[in-house]
Design a protein around this ligand. Sequence first.
Ligand SMILES: [Zn+2]
Length: 340
Amino acid sequence: MKKILLFTALALIISCSSSKNTAHNISKNPVLNTINATVFANSITPADLKKHLYILASDDFEGRNTGEPGQKKAADYIKDFYISQNIPSPYGGEDYFQSIPTEHLKPKLKPSENVVAFIKGTEKPEEVVVISAHYDHLGTKNDKIYNGADDDGSGTVAVMEIAKAFQKATNSGYGPKRSILFLHVTGEEKGLLGSKYYTNFPIFPLEKTVTNLNIDMIGRVDNAHQDNPNYVYVIGSDKLSTELHNISEKINATYTNLNLDYTYNDDEDPNRFYYRSDHYNFAKNNIPIIFYFNGTHDDYHKPTDTPDKIDYELLAKRTQLVFYTAWEVANREQRIIVDK
Ligand SMILES: [Zn+2]
């Protein structure tokens, strides 16, 4: 019922707007873009994120260690989600895995796989925005399961829900102009192996890859922000493209109003987080990136990183920020310019 009302309202606005200014291309109208994006962003809910995260970070998945049964189970869960949502694979059919042979992993690791889903752009399908998160974690040690709810179950479910929102847009006739690849990488905890493999053997040419938005840990609040948890660390947005940074700022000011914390974007910061998650494999290939991160906390890389400790409202808000930013990058007239 609600959905029908929304789309009726949207149709009314479209007809009013186009009768006022018939020369205006509807897709270029900023007001309509805002309404469209908001309708689909609102399909990203705390409840849906929670539902998926309680499964992926449950003991059944044994900490999702690269190459082990728990990781395979997670890969199947993500794949089944895409099939259930009718979100295609870039390979076609039901083949959602980019298999990584052992020689591209590290000694003693068993073969593993990235999980990929794809929405083809309506106007510039050859240009691709990559939205990524790693779905592996540390596995089980001394009978203790490292559930990895924040690291990086939070990013994993965020990418799934962003994909679902873009698919809803596509089903309603508002598919993105550029293509979007939803990339769930494996082997991050072993040394960014899945993203390294992807960028060495990309499904779509890196020259046509316009931006990578990478999410690694966005479900918690670190010690520095206990008094005002309405934040996310943004890392790398200005390293290659002034334009991407400006878009990120503007989108947040328009839609989500999180405090964007640039502490870890400082080149002098000793944590060097810019080099420590999967986006770096894109950045080193001169592809502009944004890394979204909540900072470390007492449960970081411990068996106590469990789904009951996630702030789902905040996770939804941060996920929506990534969605809106991807929406803008995928739909703007010109591709993001690299100027650094
Ligand atoms: Zn991580």
